[in-house]
Design a binder for this molecule. Structure first.
Ligand code: FAD
Ligand code: NAG
Length: 530
């Protein structure tokens, strides 16, 4: 009999989990608290309790070719970075194509998930739900927790003495929808993540002045990289990832700093990160440096105190007449429906094996999907997580002993701190390609470049030097997809198509490179004969 799996949440993580369950012949039921799919990516004018909330202008920071699911490229005409409504459209076509909606029970909240009395032998769970005032429960063989981690705002008010005196308005970035009502105001944005920068830039076009306060600073990257390619298609290649892994730390540091300062000198703009050598998530923002250059945004250090109307900063400077403070200070997460001991954050560390499995359970029948912050797109990441988890549930893959899992968790956390630092905002941060490869290896879907080099050298070169996108994990192993190779070879075209909106006359100039080659050959011939 097919195993029954409860999927909690129908955001991106929930949708891909459903598909993987179906692919593996499991029998999923998805519980979604709201009336629709998409989770975070379904924009609403109002903020809802218990649900992620985004601003109207959110655009993806990872490109379409790097963000799509591995056997379902985005439509060719979709832009490379997508407005939230466009990304939601992709999830809708995806859900339709794989017929996923029929597994989802909407407007059904999971209240609690409890181990069955015979858990140590059956591994089963009882799931208690509530739908339109009616409570129910059902037994499942396994659980995929896909409830997201951008719901609970973190506002460290204790670090802002005087906030209770402040006469202006203040709110968390989660409350921010658009600049309406903030025209002509003096706004102070706290934090320098992606949201903080987006909000500061957007407000700076309407407000009288925007300040952005950061203790740590940050590298800021443009979405546009070498030759106009999306940043992640250039940054996330196997070749570059290998360099980042093997080069001595000193060379790496030098390269990182050089690369990051190519666009503008962060020091001159007051943005230079406190610890320059951490791979702490960069901010992706094409406008922030120009808004700073125009004086529309002023970068300030940490706030040490607030008064009724002003902010005092660490360097002793004071900004008067602040009307509004936006706390873009990130999120914390919790799983109110799980027993406390299952997913714990202790000593700044999440005690989950590979960010998914609680190591102390007798049976590996519960996993978190999407509780992670990779340096690249989360979509291919959650897909590989779900592919592995469903194979573990099915008994085709097994987990190591509890002790080995704990050792791995501790070691992984040490590496994480080395690379990304100790800030609580970095607790879920992981490397990109290394993590994907690790999961793919578990299910036997990691491409073997060496043997490919002999069989299909052109493809092997593309895999190594080209963007490491999700199609690479559909070339071999379970879940192999016939279209994977052609998707890899045609990605450049899909990247270029949406840009070709103006028909250009076919180039009529003489092929200079050919001319140079002929001249070169002539020169060699001449040198040879005379
Ligand atoms: C502003 C912003 C921009 C981002 N941009 C990018 C990007 O460009 N690229 C990228 O890779 N990542 C990005 N991310 C990361 C983001 O985490 C992922 O894109 C992704 O959407 C997370 O999906 P999820 O399904 O895990 O969670 P969510 O989208 O939060 O979905 C969780 C779902 O679970 C439901 N739920 C919760 N609790 C319960 C319950 N008890 N019972 C039933 N249902 C429940 C919720 O209603 C919701 O539908 C961004 C994040 C933010 C905040
Ligand atoms: C994109 O932005 C979101 C929201 O700030 C963040 O969680 C995610 O890690 C970012 N992704 C990358 C690759 O920077």
């Amino acid at each position: 009999m097919a195993k029954k799996v409860a999927v909690i949440g129908a955001g991106v993580s929930g949708l891909i989990s459903l598909k993987c369950c179906v692919d593996e012949g499991l029998e999923p039921t998805c519980f979604e608290r709201t009336e629709d799919i998409g989770g975070l990516w379904r924009f609403k004018e109002n903020v809802e309790d218990g649900r992620a909330s985004i601003y109207q202008s959110v655009i993806t920071n990872t490109s379409k070719e790097m963000s799509c699911f591995s056997d379902f490229p985005m439509p060719e005409d979709f832009p490379n970075f997508l407005h939230n409504s466009k990304l939601l459209e992709y999830f809708r076509i995806f859900a339709k194509k794989f017929d996923l909606l029929k597994y989802i029970q909407f407007q059904t909240t999971v209240l609690s998930v409890k181990r069955c009395p015979d858990f140590s032998s059956s591994g089963q769970w009882e799931v208690f739900t509530e739908s339109k005032g009616k409570e129910q429960s059902a037994i499942f063989d396994a659980i995929m927790v896909c409830s997201g981690h951008h719901i609970l705002p973190r506002i460290p008010l204790e670090s802002f003495p005087g906030i209770e005196r402040f006469k202006g308005q203040y709110f968390h970035s989660r409350q921010y929808k658009n600049p309406d009502g903030l025209e002509g105001k003096q706004v102070l944005v706290i934090g320098i993540g992606n949201s903080a920068s987006d909000i500061a830039v957007e407000l700076s076009k309407k407000a009288s002045q925007v300040f952005i306060s950061t203790r740590q600073g940050s590298w800021v990257l443009s979405r546009i990289s070498d030759c106009g390619y999306p940043w992640d298609m250039v940054f996330h290649t196997r070749f570059r990832s290998m360099l980042r892994n093997v080069l001595p730390r000193a060379v790496q540091k030098w390269m990182l700093e050089r690369q990051m300062n190519q666009w503008f000198h962060h020091e001159n703009y007051g943005l230079e990160p406190q610890n320059k050598y951490l791979m702490k998530e960069p901010v992706l923002n094409d406008d922030l440096p120009s808004r700073i250059l125009y004086g529309a945004i002023k970068v300030k250090s940490r706030v040490t105190e607030l008064t009724e109307t002003s902010a005092i900063f660490e360097d002793g400077t004071v900004e008067e007449d602040i009307d509004v403070i936006v706390f873009a200070t990130g999120y914390t997460f919790s799983f109110p429906f799980l027993e406390d001991s299952l997913v714990k954050v202790e000593d700044n560390m999440v005690s989950l094996y590979k960010y998914m499995f609680p190591p102390h359970l007798e049976k590996a029948t519960l996993a978190c999907i999407g509780l992670i912050q990779p340096l690249g797109s989360i979509f291919p990441t959650v897909e590989l997580q779900a592919r592995w988890v469903t194979r573990v549930f099915k008994g085709l893959c097994t987990l190591p002993s509890e002790r080995a899992m704990m050792e791995d968790i501790i070691k992984r956390n040490k590496n994480r701190i080395d690379l990304f630092g100790e800030s609580p905002s970095q607790i879920l941060q992981t490397n990109y390609i290394d993590y994907l490869d690790e999961l793919a290896a578990e299910i036997g879907a990691k491409p073997d470049l060496l043997s490919l080099l002999f069989k299909d050298p052109k493809l092997a070169v593309k895999l190594y030097f080209g963007p490491c996108n999700s199609y690479q994990y559909r070339l071999v192993g379970p879940g192999r997809w016939e279209g994977a190779k052609s998707a890899i070879l045609s990605q450049k075209q899909r990247m270029l198509t949406p840009l070709k909106t103006r028909t250009l006359e076919p180039a009529s100039n003489f092929p200079v490179s050919l001319l140079l080659k002929i001249l070169g050959l002539l020169a060699v011939a001449l040198a040879f004969f005379f």
